[in-house]
Write a protein that binds this ligand. Sequence first.
Ligand code: PMT
Length: 402
Amino acid sequence: MQKNILIGVTGGIAAYKVVEVASRLKKSGANVRVMMTRNAAEFVSPRTFQEITGNAVSVEMFGDAANFHVAHIALADFADAILIAPATANFLAKAAYGIADDLLTTTVIASDKPLLIAPSMNTKMFDNPATQANLNILRERGAIILEPATGELACGTSGKGRLPEPVEICAAVEKFFDSGNLRGKKILVTAGGTVEAIDPVRYIGNRSSGRMGYEIARAAVAAGAEVVLISGKSELEPPLGLKFVKVEAAVEMREAVLAEFDSVDAVIMSAAVADYRVKNPAAQKIKKSADTLTLELVKNPDILRELGGLKKSQVLVGFAAETQNVLDYARKKLVEKNLDFIVANDVTAAGAGFSVATNIASIIWRGGDVENFPKMSKAELADKIIERVADLLSGDKKFLPL
Ligand code: PMT
């Protein structure tokens, strides 16, 4: 495995098992560096990891000038992925809330690389609602959590909380790098709603939360793609391991999309792009005076339609947010925008469309085939969309005539 793996060791008794993890990863061809908390260094000497990996081990936030100019940034940049093993309850809490009070946690927060976490602790600590909530936060942000094993624990009790065996941890790391059916592909995803200024205070927006698009971006990262997520308004945390570009208005989104278009293999436009913008947004806050106020709107560029005209080999996927005649209107958009497939959703249906965690969608293919999906989580729908994009890019599914 020709990868740079940064292992973060936190202060649990299972730290000794991670010596074997580092050794196995190194033998598989990876360039392994280790960073440790001070507590971890009470369990295993940094020198042990240094001898095993052939690289200096970082523990202290300051005073590592011999190895790095700014250690936490250099370590974050070095890594293709970060593996935290064992991950203590304390680490999970800090990582979930962005606390950076030592070299290890500061490196984690300075990194946008994929994060694999192998928790290990006493069963009650693992089952504690605080720990479970922290794990959920990290999972939602895209971290891969390696489930602890069940068995005898160092504290003398038995239950869930054992660090998985080194061979299993290494298999999970290898799987992460090997399994992606989008490995080597670059995918552009848009999400969220655009914001069209009326004046410095007010805007025209829409109900998109960004959830659908963020899930698609997460699924694309999980499938091994290099991902660019261009997002309009959204309160969500972007998933880890991708390039994140924040925009406001449709014209900004167009510029950001066009800047990436030539270098990507596929574009999935789930953003809710405003069709119109205010012709002349006021420079100052509009004062309340007359009983009515008229805003003149002009058409925004149709980004996806423009991409449909520019398209060379890229796979193009659109969404259709409809309130009636869903399949007919979606089919029209598929043809007009020269798409490979379109994901149609009735945004008035219960459990579908804006903001909610689920969606009910149909995929209409170029060529006419339709796949109707039952209500499912946006995460599941995102996986299905990404599988289909991967099939098109690998040639398993043919590009069809319109
Ligand atoms: O973000 P969530 O809260 O999770 O909600 C998800 C969603 C409802 C926003 C999503 O499922 C969805 O339907 N997204 C598309 C919203 C939309 O703008 O649909 P549309 O039918 O108006 O546009 C058709 C397609 O053209 C879309 O891919 C859109 O991104 C694109 N478009 C639209 C207008 C425009 N000026 N430029 C565009 O590129």
